[in-house]
Design a protein around this ligand. Structure first.
Ligand SMILES: [Zn+2]
Length: 333
């Protein structure tokens, strides 16, 4: 029997009787990170990294959860488990599973760049590597995030000079805080929509962020004018956004590398900034594990697995219910 199996409930370790990021309710779940397709409601017991505990408590309410440190080994029915940094969002982990000398690693979602808010990705040596491949196409080749953050501040400063409000959109856990961390508060004030504001509030105990001001019914257009508003992509074209007055819209996502996605989103400014590994990042991660076997779970799974087979890996795809964000939906809220 393989150490980890792909079942109708999720990735299952029969030897320990636990699931990794299950998509159906189970007695015991090990959780990589707080996005809704990985941390779902209804499990009896959760085990995750310490920094992810307040995040999933905020999202899932009153749950039974135990926190672990990175690299801390713990045993369940004689199987060894540990969490290792995935660099995806704050508190995100890869999960290492070892039994009788055999080691598997499940990545959840990950990226290799240091985003300034998440503990940076660390490669973990293993025999079998279960990897996401949301951006598993060679066309995805991220530029230095420092340059992207500079572009965002320049866009904001230019809007400010023209008296226009900058509406900057990114998903509420991870992207919003990464954007916030690198905004230059010298340019103006930073206002927030409720969703990123609440999640940022949860993370302020772990991470130092610039000051933000929640937009309420009392907030008027004059207060906001020329400043920046941080909001989830769902506000695009909404009544909420219309109340902001004259705005320039900016959207930060890996999908902004696709011209079609930019056009359909109809944003004024597209910033290519992703919390997932690009093509080279995925390859680098696979190589760094020293693994023989690769299982691809979500994204461009078939293309990436095919490429790996051509390069000599024993690679295959398994179906999961993790949602590779698409240019249209940008889930992972
Ligand atoms: Zn995620």
């Amino acid at each position: 029997m393989p150490l980890l199996e792909f079942t109708s409930r999720g990735i299952y370790c029969a030897a320990a009787d636990v699931y990794l990021d299950p998509w159906k309710k189970v007695p015991k779940a090990l959780i990589t990170h707080g996005h809704s397709d990985h941390a779902r409601w209804g499990n009896q017991q959760y085990i995750t990294h310490h920094d992810n505990v307040p995040i999933i408590q905020h999202r899932l309410g009153n749950i039974t959860v135990a926190g672990k440190s990175y690299g801390e080994r713990f045993s369940i029915n004689g199987v060894q488990f540990s969490f290792h940094p995935a660099g995806h969002v704050p508190g995100s982990s890869q999960i290492r599973v070892e039994n009788r000398g055999e080691v598997w690693v499940f990545t959840g979602d990950y990226k290799l760049e240091n985003d300034g808010i998440s503990t940076p990705f660390e490669a973990v040596i293993c025999h079998t590597f279960i990897t996401e491949c949301t951006f598993g196409l060679p066309v995805f080749n991220w530029q230095d995030p420092v340059k992207v953050h500079r572009q965002i501040n320049q866009w904001w400063a230019a809007n400010k000079a023209a008296g226009i409000t900058s509406l900057l959109m990114g998903y509420s856990l991870g992207k919003a805080q990464r954007l916030l961390k690198h905004l230059d508060p010298k340019i103006g004030k930073i206002f927030t929509h409720g969703a990123p504001e609440k999640m940022t509030e949860v993370l302020r105990s772990q991470i130092d962020f610039p000051e933000t001001q929640l937009i309420t019914r009392e907030t008027n257009k004059k207060q906001i004018a020329g400043n920046l508003v941080l909001a989830p992509p769902a506000v695009m074209g909404s009544a909420w956004a219309k109340k902001l007055g004259e705005i320039s819209t900016g959207y930060a996502s890996g999908w902004m590398a696709f011209r079609g996605a930019r056009r359909r989103r109809a944003v004024d400014k597209a910033f290519v900034l992703s919390d997932h590994a690009d093509w080279k990042g995925l390859l680098h991660a696979v190589e760094a594990t020293g693994c023989e076997n690769v299982i691809t779970t979500h994204g461009y799974t078939d293309i990436f697995a095919q490429y790996l087979r051509e390069k000599g890996w024993n690679a295959r795809t398994e179906k999961t219910q993790y949602e590779a964000e698409t240019p249209e939906t940008t889930v992972a809220e």
